[in-house]
Design a protein around this ligand. Structure first.
Ligand code: 13P
Ligand code: ZN
Length: 274
């Protein structure tokens, strides 16, 4: 099968374009990665043209031998649907989990996203925590969520609770809550370690004054998660723009009732008295 005809490649391209259409990817902002299934590698491997091995910048031994689709560093989400072979690539991780090589794409040169350490360390954590079910890691510059990182305390409990209160279905969509990373220099191992530590507990990590990481089983669930969190952030921004306090809201006991009927577990640390 031709690389670009494969279903998982089409799904990746569609998700990148959906993110562009949401306005989350100015210029080269954001990046996306997908851990490819072995049978999907088989579908497209006749198109592979392996390049030189390069250091990942961190160690991901539990991802040894795995293949990933990733967006390119400095590449625009706007262009993924127009010229995928220029904007994205497939990479292979070596047997030690310390190097990668491009096997398809980046036809005009370049390298995978500068956030590759964060993507791969998140994949490593999620692969282990979900028995291999999670395959997608998505970073976007979500406007409203970023705005909130200037006015809310940078605490997991506060972000989770405030986002949950803005839309009844939020605690059902992200019952584990969201984690928050203080401002850090992006693109390196340090922020990757901090983010992947949060991914042991959550599917969402907020990067203060920068954006968000979301993880999930497939493209729909991961995009839907990012969309739900950002929609909730938008409602909070609108609410705070009208007045700084709430006349009424969803209470801790309301959340407990919701948890019972929807059969989700909501950690009590988010249901604190204000
Ligand atoms: P890349 O173009 O290297 O993916 O970087 C974009 C970005 O959002 C960095 O956090
Ligand atoms: Zn970014």
């Amino acid at each position: 099968m031709k690389f670009l005809e494969a279903g998982f490649v089409q799904g990746f391209i569609r998700m990148a374009n959906d993110g562009w259409e949401q306005g989350w990817h100015e210029r080269n902002g954001g990046n996306l990665s997908y851990r490819v299934k072995p049978e999907e590698v088989e579908q497209v491997k006749e198109d592979f043209e392996p390049k030189e091995w390069q250091p990942i910048g961190t160690d991901v031994p539990d991802l040894a031998g795995e293949y990933f689709l990733v967006t390119g560093s400095g590449k625009y989400f706007r262009n993924v649907i127009i010229d995928p072979a220029d904007s994205m690539c497939m990479i292979e991780v070596d047997e030690a989990g310390t190097n990668y090589r491009v096997v398809w794409g980046m036809v005009n040169g370049g390298r995978p996203t500068s956030e590759l350490p964060s993507h791969l360390m998140n994949h490593e954590v999620k692969k282990k925590a979900t028995d291999g079910r999670y395959r997608v890691v998505y970073h976007a510059h979500t406007t409203n969520l970023i705005a909130l990182t200037f006015v809310l305390p940078l605490k997991d409990e506060v972000f989770t609770r405030e986002l949950w209160e803005m839309a009844t279905e939020c605690p059902v969509v992200f019952p584990d809550g969201v984690g928050v990373v203080d401002w850090m220099v992006p693109g390196g191992r340090e922020i990757a370690v901090a983010t992947s530590e949060l991914m042991k507990k959550y599917d969402v990590a907020v990067w203060a004054h920068h954006g968000m990481f979301a993880t999930g089983e497939d493209f729909d669930l991961t995009f839907g998660l990012m969309h739900t969190v950002e929609k909730s952030a938008e409602i909070l921004v609108k609410m705070l723009s009208m007045r700084s306090d709430k006349l009424q809201t969803i209470t801790p006991d309301n959340f407990r009732d919701l948890a019972r009927d929807f059969k989700v577990t909501l950690p009590e640390k988010f249901l604190y008295e204000k």
